[in-house]
Design a protein around this ligand. Structure first.
Ligand code: SAH
Ligand code: SF4
Length: 393
């Protein structure tokens, strides 16, 4: 599914900006080097210097976040001047930036005509903060409880477009250079729009850029890739990226899971759990996170919790209970708070950590499953109604 949408990943693929310049930000070392080689007649960089120049550009872009050529002080002025004639350090346009009352920030970024991408920065995750990035515009899957699932797939995002989401958040948070000690953006979760395992090549390439210690420097264990259960891609993705795995489980029996997540018809629980057992590097310190959205009267009863415990047996796991976040037109309600707590207690007493995720950024439709790029503008009354539907912790 993914491969037909994205082409020619190994050639220099940076799109030209409006003024014909090559957009450098978001590119990996290989692509930057390919541009320097290709542009030798203009830039005059000898082949044996390409690697060194690539490294300099890479560090300025991803470690220092520079936006001006004059900031690249270890590159001589004449070469900087040449760079300026062919390359741009421009970022894509942020068409909307919203800050929630709880500090969550949502960015709507225009990557190109009709390609609008949402990412969400959530403060106070793992003592610091996490950026939730999108891997596709829209989604081909149609999980019943998910807003993104109502938006048709527009296309897969490129590695560059995934990386740009981080650059934009770091710009906005003022966290350059990357090495500053008290930075808040330390973790990345692929839990925004789309199914990352239908775009594994670009997701893998983006991790190579994001995790490069001379650049953005985010450790692979601080990156979590979440999937609805694209079974054949789970183990290869782990081997390629060494990222942490999250599974959107939401039901512990096939009948119910099929109802709310049609992908379960293709990849039933038995196969999904086997792929989890086979996930590379799995251990008690590298557990799989199972996400479980609490849907009132659907999957939230004690017997569901017991079924879940049986299903997880033998897998180093933790369970994230997500109170259902409503969206305009959604057909579910969130479970009552006591029901969620009872569920959590049962899972906990079976030895699995099962924190209840506090809904973040609900007022700006930035919470899990609420993202959709053609963000419908809600009337204040609709917004209040949604807020009332989700219980407070
Ligand atoms: N497609 C991937 C990545 C998206 S992650 C996946 O499904 O795993 C987004 C997470 O939020 C998933 O666990 C998803 O199931 C959950 N989610 C979707 N809609 C939700 C909603 N309305 N309320 C709470 N969580 C939701
Ligand atoms: Fe797509 Fe994930 Fe939403 Fe399902 S939960 S529709 S896979 S984004």
């Amino acid at each position: 599914m993914s491969t037909t949408l994205i082409s020619e990943t190994n050639r220099p693929t940076a799109p030209a900006s409006g003024d014909g310049l090559i957009m450098l930000v978001g590119l990996g070392r290989k692509e930057i080097a390919a541009h320097l080689t290709e542009l030798e007649p203009i830039l005059g960089i000898e082949p044996k210097k390409v690697r060194m120049r690539t490294k300099q550009l890479f560090q300025w872009i991803y470690n220092f976040g520079v936006t001006e050529w004059s900031q690249m002080t270890n590159i001589a002025k004449p070469l900087r001047a040449k760079f300026e004639t062919v390359f741009s350090l421009e970022r894509p346009e942020v068409i909307e930036r919203q800050v929630s009352v709880d500090g969550t920030r949502k960015y709507l970024i225009r990557m190109g005509p009709g390609i609008e991408v949402e990412s969400v920065f959530i403060p106070d995750v793992s003592k610091t903060g996490a950026l939730c990035v999108s891997s596709q515009v829209g989604c081909t899957l149609t999980c019943k409880f998910c807003h993104t699932g109502t938006q048709k797939l527009v296309r897969n995002l490129t590695a560059r477009e995934i990386v740009l989401q981080i650059i934009i958040a770091r710009d906005d948070l003022g966290e350059w250079p990357t090495t500053q000690e008290n930075r808040k953006l330390t973790n990345i979760v692929f839990m925004g729009m789309g199914e990352p395992l239908y775009n594994t090549e670009q997701v893998g390439d983006s991790l190579d850029i994001i995790c490069d210690p001379e650049g953005l420097g985010i450790g692979r264990r601080r990156i979590t890739v979440s999937t609805s259960g694209v079974v054949p891609e789970i183990v290869p993705m782990g081997a390629r990226t060494s990222a942490m795995l999250a599974i959107s489980l939401h039901a512990a029996n096939d009948e119910l899971r099929e109802q709310i997540m049609p992908i379960n018809r293709k990849y039933p629980l038995k196969d999904l759990m086997q792929a989890c057992r086979d996930y590379p590097g799995l251990s008690n310190s590298r557990r799989i996170t199972f996400e479980y959205v609490m849907l009132k009267g659907i999957n939230d009863q004690p017997w569901h919790a017991k079924q879940l415990i049986r299903l997880l047996k033998g897998i180093p796991a933790k369970v994230n209970l997500i109170p259902f976040n409503p969206w305009p037109g959604s057909e579910y309600e969130c479970s009552d708070w006591e029901t969620i707590e009872t569920f959590s207690d049962l899972v906990n007493s079976a030895g699995y950590a099962s924190p209840i995720r506090t809904p973040r950024g609900r007022d700006i439709l930035a919470a899990c499953g609420q993202l959709k790029s053609e963000s419908e503008k809600m009337r204040a009354s609709e917004k209040r109604k949604l807020e009332q539907q989700t219980p407070e912790s």
